[in-house]
Write a protein that binds this ligand. Structure first.
Ligand SMILES: Cc1ncc(COP(=O)(O)OP(=O)(O)O)c(N)n1
Ligand code: 3NM
Length: 522
């Protein structure tokens, strides 16, 4: 039997809202479009379980949706359910298979690679991987694994026909993030998501189900589009320059709010650079403010030069993802300490960055490459042998735009690779010029978001052309540096900084067109 696992409902009668019967809730969710139903009764006597299973079977048959029974092979047999879901300490798969009719569906819970290998060896039909996020529905015996943990386990299913659903804390506001983030590095994606409370605890299970379905369908459509090879390059050097000039205009016209959780060294100059380019800076770190801010910001910059509020960073990215706003991540000095490496991994597991910007050592550390070494927050040595390939591969792995900054800057979205050759050596003589690049990238990404904000909702996790945003931000700062450095009043790095802010303020489309040194590779 071919099963559509995309929206897998696991029941939980104790979560039903007051006044809603089990029957009503289940029928509404079937009408709304759940594609599989699992009856999960942890505390119920056999007789009551049997009655509930019978009632559920009648409803599921009416909507032609398969019915799975959690843990209890005997109940599955008694109501002629389509299959069973077994935990790691439940009846072994081979025993259940001898008891159940041929072609029954067997699913198994998996929390680590050994579980997945065991499930593949047992030739199960599907695995339930969890918990992806924290949940109040069940006391978990293992830590939550986040989207990256899901991706790792999905890789172990490459080349098999075992399906996979994720479970645990999945809600409409984190579903897109769950789907995006869990695609394995080899491109293996989930076959569905399993939810309890988002549907069962809802006062409107029909619409809660519809919302989840819509998000899932949009995401699947996007993945299909991405699978189609692009017939012709979308960008040329000229189209990039024209696009950047247009974004510059949008930023000045829309004055976007740029929320920056940044480090103490550069806060002031980042705020000034934001104002100079036509944006409006806000440097908030308190976790309590993140949800409200996410609704009004144009872009979020998370720079962890000094990690003061990890919780704030976690929440800010999560809410920005929910609003489909650009999230720019600048993992300053990520390779320098174990704490930074762990924090970066946790943040990226919690939200999806739209652009990750870093120097060679930072991006090498993120990619777990030893090709480039760090000294504190700086790179040492000549850089990557093949920076174009490096940024393209990391962009594919992180599913976002990667901006590698240095004497030459490289930007890629995983398909197009762009080389930029502007800048001035004085940029290396002022503190935090890399951090200000992050600010400029955030501004141009906010412009790209504003340009696309009327686009129909889609499976994308951010609206707007983030590749162009990243290129725009880098060009703005590096060209401003070229303009500022030869100014009469600039006598060294101290007088260069105010001249740089002036140059950002006075940056013209003509100087971008004239100076931008852009090469596009596909
Ligand atoms: C789809 C799906 N995945 C995982 C589970 C968890 O099952 P199990 O490990 O048996 O734990 P309990 O549900 O019995 O608490 C599931 N039920 N469904
Ligand atoms: C039943 C179950 N199993 C899990 C696992 O990790 O194996 S998490 C979970 C509960 C999922 O409920 P909700 O969608 O309300 O978070």
């Amino acid at each position: 039997m071919t099963i559509d696992y995309s929206l897998y409902l696991v029941t939980g009668r104790d979560l039903l809202p007051e006044g809603m019967t089990y029957h009503e809730s289940l029928e509404e969710s079937l009408r709304g479009g759940v594609t599989v139903v699992q009856i999960r009764e942890k505390e119920t006597d056999t007789l009551e379980f049997l009655e509930i299973a019978r009632e559920s079977k009648t409803l599921c048959d009416k909507y032609k949706v398969p019915l799975i029974i959690n843990d209890r092979v005997d109940i599955a047999l008694a109501v002629q359910a389509d299959g069973v879901h077994l935990g790691q300490t439940d009846m072994p798969v081979h025993v259940a298979r001898t008891l159940l009719p041929p072609n029954s569906i067997i699913g198994v819970s998996c929390n680590n690679l050994d579980h997945v290998r065991g499930a593949v060896a047992d030739r199960v039909d599907y695995i339930g991987i969890g918990a992806v996020w924290a949940t109040n529905t069940k006391n978990l015996s293992n830590p939550v694994m986040g989207v990256r943990g899901i991706g790792t386990l999905l890789s172990a299913l490459d080349g098999t026909d075992v399906n996979a659903v994720a479970i645990g804390g999945i809600k409409s506001d984190n579903l897109l993030r769950t789907l995006h983030g869990s695609v394995s590095p080899s491109g293996h994606k989930l076959d569905g998501i399993a939810v309890v409370s988002e549907i069962v605890a809802s006062r409107d299970p029909y619409n809660s189900t519809r919302t989840l379905r819509e998000i899932y369908t949009d995401f699947s459509a996007l993945l299909e589009q991405q699978g189609i090879p692009r017939p012709a390059p979308t960008y040329t050097a000229d189209s990039i320059k024209a696009g950047v000039i247009d974004l510059m205009r949008v930023v000045r016209e829309t004055n976007p709010l740029i929320h920056q959780i940044t480090n103490v060294v550069v806060t002031n100059q980042s705020a000034n650079a934001t104002l100079a380019l036509g944006g409006s800076p806000i440097m908030v770190t308190a976790p309590e403010e993140m949800e409200d801010l996410s609704r009004i910001l144009g872009a979020l910059l998370i720079n962890f030069g000094t990690v003061t509020s990890k919780e704030g960073m976690m929440l800010a990215g999560k809410y920005a993802n929910r609003e489909k706003k650009p999230v720019i991540f600048d993992p300053v000095g990520v390779g320098a300490t174990q704490f930074r490496r762990q924090t970066a991994a946790q943040l990226l597991n919690n939200w999806q960055a739209s652009v990750i910007k870093g120097n060679a050592a930072e991006l090498a550390a993120l990619a777990q490459s030893e090709e480039v070494q760090a000294k504190g927050v700086d790179s040492v040595g000549p850089g990557f042998v093949d920076p174009a390939k490096f940024v393209r591969d990391l962009a594919r792995r992180e599913r976002c735009v990667i901006a590698l900054t240095g004497q030459t800057d490289w930007v890629s979205d995983g398909m197009t690779i762009i080389r930029l050759d502007n800048g001035h050596q004085l940029l290396g003589k002022i503190t935090g010029s890399g951090c200000v690049v992050g600010t400029c990238v955030a501004l141009f990404c906010a412009g790209a978001w504003a340009q696309a904000s009327s686009e129909a909702s889609s499976g994308k996790l951010v609206r707007g052309d983030m590749l162009l945003g990243a290129v725009g931000g880098i060009l703005a700062l590096t060209i401003a540096a070229e303009v500022a450095a030869p100014q009469a009043g600039v006598r060294g790095s101290g007088s260069f900084l105010p001249a740089l802010i002036d140059a950002l303020y006075n940056l013209t489309p003509e100087s971008v067109l004239e100076r931008a040194r852009v090469q596009v590779f596909c």
